[in-house]
Design a binder for this molecule. Sequence first.
Ligand code: BGC
Length: 248
Amino acid sequence: MSRTRLGIDIGGSGVKYALVDTDLGELVTKRTRIKTPDPATPQAVTEVVAEIVDSVETDGSVGIGFPAVVWEGDVFSANNIDEGWIGRNARDDFANATGAEIVLINDADAAGIAEASFGAAKGVVGLTLVITFGTGIGSGAMFDGKLVPNLELGMLELEGHYPAELFFSAKVRKRENLSWGVWGGRVNRFLSHVNAVFNPRLMVFGGGVTKYWDQFSSHLDDKLPVVPASMGNNAGLIGAAVAAARAS
Ligand code: BGC
């Protein structure tokens, strides 16, 4: 049976999707990116998802990474999406609009699954934290390769900033026009704090900004167990597709 699944990664600024070979963790079609509707209301996002599923030839379940705390489809937070999502069951919304079976997980959890299955965290025993820097800060905790869902490191309070993602995310670097050095220093302090609290075996730095790793990684403490993500910006949609394949 084909283990190809449609993976959709709903982020704070873009929605990315592709068909994924979930055994290999590779894209079968090229990745497409469209802008996340603003405001990202339930109706607007659901319409986008329905259009995507309609446009892709697939008959299996669909995996969706969603930028919020989600449990069995229920949405519990809305830092980067419209507050109207809270209390809704996003999985049912997407299933009703598409007619497809939907597997819905947090977007950074999806990146965690991808990096632990095929990428920089493959085979790591113990705790790996995949931390994505984007519009917010997402985190996927993997223990012995198994997901511990809904860890929200962006919600820490650090240096008087709560939630910390409002000061340390990649979006803030752009908004405040920070040099790579200044932002790299912030990332270093954030990761050092996380490292001191969780003592993970490995931290994987992810998110679109990873492609500029060489610009800021010299500002990270050598002793931090951190490596750049190896699946790039595809991690979220690949992990979502893998979650869908494993669920059905
Ligand atoms: C949300 C997380 C999400 C992250 C990345 C944060 O604002 O609270 O759930 O994983 O952004 O999208």
